[in-house]
Design a binder for this molecule. Structure first.
Ligand code: IPE
Ligand code: IPE
Ligand code: MG
Length: 246
């Protein structure tokens, strides 16, 4: 674990504010979501230039099913069309696509797009883009718990072997560095059930900028803010400074 590292290895993003952006611009909410996809696309291009390695975005929460049926339907269609239109470019740019969340709840068509894009890009190594779809932090923990209980019941492991490391392994993103920086656009200062366990020591950056307006300059501001954080992980400032100067 780095105490101070100017470049975050893993950035997680709550892309919020599409609906308000659409309203401000006299557009439908769905047009706001479309603009949001463009923002993500630009940001990924920028992230490649900055040589960032892992980005995990929240695209649809388990709670988002409660939105009006029409909005949910258009969102799901947008996921399919965006994956299909972007995957070739992502692949050419050596980007690995990976989905997290309870994805078996989706239609066959969306599942197929997700599966095929993961398969196509699985060998890529420049940057990993994880997309959280039908995700929630509590679901993640519950899911991990069930898997552990299963292993105990089938006597694959004993209760004594259940430690934080094992829980980590059962959660989404187990294969990646712990998130260094969380960015939430749209002005709300809450987590909305995103990666609850994984963000124990993540630096939290909140901005009022609505997601479709979040451009590379805005992203740079978040990175500059992050570079100034002193990450202590429970230690004192002095201890950290001593190590940095050693
Ligand atoms: C985030 O933007 C996108 C999703 C949750 C799918 P919103 O749709 O929540 O936008 P606001 O918060 O209503 O402005
Ligand atoms: C969080 O945004 C989920 C995503 C960005 C996918 P929401 O707009 O759903 O969050 P709340 O409801 O304001 O907390
Ligand atoms: Mg919102």
């Amino acid at each position: 674990m780095n105490s101070k590292s100017s470049k975050p290895k893993h950035i997680i993003i709550i892309m919020d504010g599409n609906g308000r952006w659409a309203e401000q611009n006299g557009l439908s909410r769905s047009a706001g979501h479309k603009a949001g996809v463009k923002t993500l696309r630009n940001l990924i291009e920028h992230a490649i230039q900055l040589e960032l390695t892992t980005i995990t975005v929240y695209a649809f929460s388990r709670e988002n099913w409660q939105r009006p049926k029409k909005e949910v339907q258009l969102l799901l269609e947008l996921f399919i069309s965006s994956i299909e239109s972007e995957v070739k470019d992502l692949h050419e740019n050596n980007i690995k696509l990976n989905f997290i969340g309870e994805t078996d709840k989706f239609s066959g068509k969306l599942k197929k797009s997700m599966h095929e894009s993961e398969l196509l890009t699985s060998g890529n190594s420049k940057l990993t883009l994880n997309i959280a779809l039908n995700y929630s932090g509590r679901w993640d923990i519950h899911h991990a718990l069930l898997s552990i209980i299963d292993e105990v019941v089938s006597q694959k492991i004993s209760v004594k072997e259940i430690d934080e490391e094992l829980i980590n392994k059962k959660l989404s993103l187990a294969d990646y560095d712990e998130p260094d920086l969380l960015i939430r656009t749209g002005g709300e200062k809450r987590l909305s059930n995103y990666l609850l366990w994984q963000i124990a020591y993540t630096e939290l950056y909140f901005t009022d900028v609505l997601w479709p307006d979040f451009n590379p300059n805005q992203f740079n501001l978040a990175l500059e803010w992050y570079a100034k954080r002193q990450r202590r992980f429970g230690k004192t400032s002095k201890q950290i400074e001593k190590n940095e100067n050693a």
